[in-house]
Design a protein around this ligand. Structure first.
Ligand code: NDP
Length: 429
């Protein structure tokens, strides 16, 4: 059953959408209550999450539709304030499903804990000693967090590097130990930090140096997720543009980002437009994902496109995205924020690995949405029409006035707050 295709969803009222989700068994009465209440995350819960709480800050929560990933249907919650992102993701997902859907995969969820050691009398001797003690260090780390071992994870390996060996400064010379930890379905920050802190005294003893930092690395390059799509050109036809023209335009746009960091940053921001909303909606740490993703985009020495696009022998447009994905389906806010619980429920994900693959598929869809628009009508046409409602609200429109003013802005091809203020004044005279 095509459960992620919900024709007409866009034109329904919020109440109609919720009713339909319930009929489709994608949401329960409890979820509906959470979604409709003005304060899904109560101030009381928020006060237990961070410090100095004075309230909560809301974002629109929309649904990305039409996603078919590894032959499974997904309705994808996206929390974002920017117009046209959800529409664009759903539009591309519809095209990709016609082509068979996204295929995705993920590595094991190996995260990295770092221990910094300075002032070793002999850095090379220290490194060899740590490597010789590998098994006992891994055991000590696992003894500090036995529950993750019982879940099938835990510390699995370690590595040691000497940094700035040739420089004379006592501050810049250091030995860095990486502990590789399988965090199962958690992002794992607390698991990792507990482990590296607990073995730091042993590391200090073995190296005869002094340990300073003991913390996870957000450059999670051993916890990767990949998404791919292969699209025949005929599915890309848009208005006056043939499928081949759109495909070639996408390749030109990609090559620009691949070669120029000024373009790559904007190109990648568009990818994160798809990724962050899912990371946020599921209660995950989007700063961690952002930091890891941008670092990964520089892994070959200069900052470049996170995605790869090419034309295969059959003339299909092929796109691929691989990123570190330090997210979880347990821990952090994932089970604390009621809407994060709802989001994980509607996604029906069974593991962090599965969630990470969905997230990169949305990122890939979002990238194609932007490149396709840029290669055809330009980004403003679709975006400004969707943005017009926000402009009307910013100019003071309320209730039914919002749609009236938004439509006038579109008709007059002047989607800006100054114009909207004039129209609001005329309307209220
Ligand atoms: P938590 O410590 O909240 O939760 C992880 C715990 O969940 C595990 O230790 C485990 O405990 C339990 N658990 C239950 N089921 C599973 C399962 N299937 N797989 C794995 N664990 C399971 O969260 P994290 O350690 O993931 O930390 C994430 C939080 O840390 C985020 O909020 C992040 O913002 C924050 N953070 C991020 C940092 C960074 O990115 N640099 C730094 C510090 C914090 P048990 O086995 O005992 O039940």
């Amino acid at each position: 059953m095509e459960t992620s295709r919900i024709p007409g969803f866009y034109n329904m009222t919020v109440d109609e959408r919720l009713k339909l989700l319930k009929e489709l068994q994608l949401c329960t009465d409890e979820d509906m209550e959470s979604l409709k209440t003005s304060e899904p995350l109560t101030t009381e819960t928020a006060d237990n999450m961070i410090e100095n709480v004075i309230g909560t800050f809301q974002l629109p929560l929309g649904l990305g539709l039409n996603f078919l990933i590894n032959e499974k249907e997904y309705v994808i919650p996206m929390a974002i304030e920017e117009a046209s992102v959800v529409a664009s993701a759903s539009h591309i997902a519809k095209i990709v499903r016609e082509a068979g859907g996204f295929t995705t995969e993920a590595t094991d969820r190996i995260m990295i804990g770092q221990i910094q050691v300075v002032a070793c009398p002999d850095f090379h001797e220290a490194k060899e000693t740590l490597l010789r003690a590998k098994e006992s260090l891994i055991k000590a780390a696992n003894d500090a967090y036995p529950s993750i071992v019982r879940r099938g994870g835990g510390a699995e390996d370690l590595d040691v590097r000497i940094i700035n060996e040739k420089t004379g400064s006592k501050y810049s010379q250091m030995l860095v130990m990486h502990l590789y930890i399988n965090t199962c379905d958690a992002m794992g920050a607390n698991i990792i930090n507990t482990m590296v802190e607990s073995i730091a005294p042993i590391v200090e003893d073995l190296t005869k140096g002094k340990v300073y930092l003991r913390i996870l690395s957000n450059y999670a390059d051993k916890c990767l997720a990949r998404a791919k799509c292969v699209i025949p050109p005929e599915l890309l036809k848009t208005g006056e543009f043939s499928g081949e023209e759109v495909r070639d335009g996408v390749i030109h746009a990609f090559e620009f980002a691949a070669s120029d960091p000024y373009r790559a940053v904007t190109h990648n921001k568009g990818i994160m437009n798809g990724i962050d909303p899912v990371v946020i909606a599921t209660g995950n740490d989007w700063r961690a994902v952002e930091a890891g993703a941008h670092a990964y985009a520089s892994r070959h020495g200069s900052y470049t496109s996170m995605t790869n696009w090419w034309i295969d022998k059959q003339g299909n447009l092929v796109g691929e995205l691989e990123l570190p994905m330090s997210i979880g389906i347990v821990g952090g806010a994932t089970r604390v924020h009621p809407l994060a619980k709802f989001s994980l429920g509607i996604l029906k994900v069974e593991s962090a690995k599965e969630l990470s693959q969905i997230i990169v598929a949305v990122g890939l869809a979002q990238n194609l949405g932007a490149l396709k628009a840029l290669a055809t009508d330009g980004i403003q046409k679709g975006h400004m029409a969707l943005h017009s409602r926000s402009v009307a609200i910013a100019a003071g429109a309320t209730g039914e006035m919002i749609d009236i003013i938004a439509n006038q802005l579109i008709e007059q091809k002047e989607i800006r707050v100054g114009k909207a203020k004039e129209l609001v004044e005329q309307y209220t005279k």
